[in-house]
Ligand binder design. Sequence first.
Ligand code: CS2
Length: 485
Amino acid sequence: MTDPRLARTTPAPKPGIVHLGPGAFFRAFNAVFTEDAMAHTPGDWGIIAVSLKSPTARDQLAPQEGVFTSVTLAPDGPSDRVIGAICGILVAPENPGAVVDAMAAPQTRIVSLTITEKGYCHAPATGRLDLSHPDIAHDLAGGAPRSAPGFLVAALAQRHKAGQPGFTVMSCDNLPDNGALTRQIVLDFARARDPDLARWIADTVAFPATMVDRITPATIPDDIARLAKRTGYNDPACVQHEPFRQWVIEDHFPQGRPAWDAVGAHCVASVAAHETMKLRCLNGTHSTLAYLGYLAGYDTIAQTVANPAFARLCQYLWQHEILPTVPQPEGEDLTAYAAALLTRYANPAIKHRTWQIAMDGSQKLPQRILATISDNHAANRPCPGLALAVAGWMRYVGGIDEKGAPITVKDPLAELLRRTSDSAKTTADKVRALLAVEQVFDPALACNTTFQSQLISAYSDLTAHGAQNSVERFLHNIAIFQPDI
Ligand code: CS2
């Protein structure tokens, strides 16, 4: 007998937020915070969740009227909680007009986004909208929108025309200065369409920056089966996440916001230092572990850091190459923050696949690792550990693992990167060819000769000895040549 489907037992809240990108992270984070905030301070902050691409989230959520289970995976066992904050679900390609109408409706005071790095359709090196992106070119040609910038501008245009104030646009993606970046791409799009509208947006619409953090691996069928065994219901929309959560929000919401600050979020004047801390310390080592761990044959982050060499590599990176570049965020003990990360990674209940984190590296590397390297170079500090991480990425996007088997590289630049890697025969040529990919590498960094030779030597090590031995050799060399480390 199949288990009954999870069903809504409390009335859905009235909408106040439209959210683009209803994936696992949004459900484990924004939806839970908003549910908590409405329980603390009642208000109409129900969320209309919008898929920009696939109907999967709708197909999972709609039969259960938007409710889903948030499963907290502590090392000593799971706890389950049903979340009811989602009050509507739309699939943009099926009905783009309904999405624009929902965003333009006067009760929508916030449009939030978790659309991943590539959803911003920007050139990561410049932070400007990529006008040649196929979805942007399509949207600018006047068709029903497909892209996030296209939807935001179409809905803001409707509000402007109706004499309504704009909604607040809140990015919750792992991008540096995500508020300013979102504002820039929206203004770039609006200017290309209607300069008056662009001026109105620039003058009146708020784009607060946020730093978001909760490790949320993709849900797999086993998770759904285990939940059914515990609860007796079937919930394909469930999400699994760690107990930890941290949300730092630039407090600029002219149309109001839920009482997120009353339930654990920090609403502050500037999130920049927190954002740098999180992107470089957490996401930087996550990506390092993803590429080197995957190449070494590890399926998950917890398995990777269970190997003492990989754990030690993280500690070395935080202490010597990452933290020296991070400004002090208010109220944070940076050393304790980094130490706690290792405990979070080691949580055996969290099966976060190295392959999942390795996805879209071309969009992630600049803010997670390359900016840190550039800052170190500017201060004349060597950073061979981060060079090893970048060499790991270079090996990975070459598309062949250490056993000679193909890697399924998921990245908008996968084909270009593979072609670039294949076009060169020697290690040095491969490294130089990949460094010339300007969508990823700032030319100033790419032509730094110290960086080039560190990369060439790390790449040769990876090819000759494999990732596992290369990490061990790296730590051994550091101990000999820099004994104070
Ligand atoms: C991860 C992040 O998938 C990835 O690239 O590094 O999603 C990470 O788990 C979150 O940023 C944690 O808050």
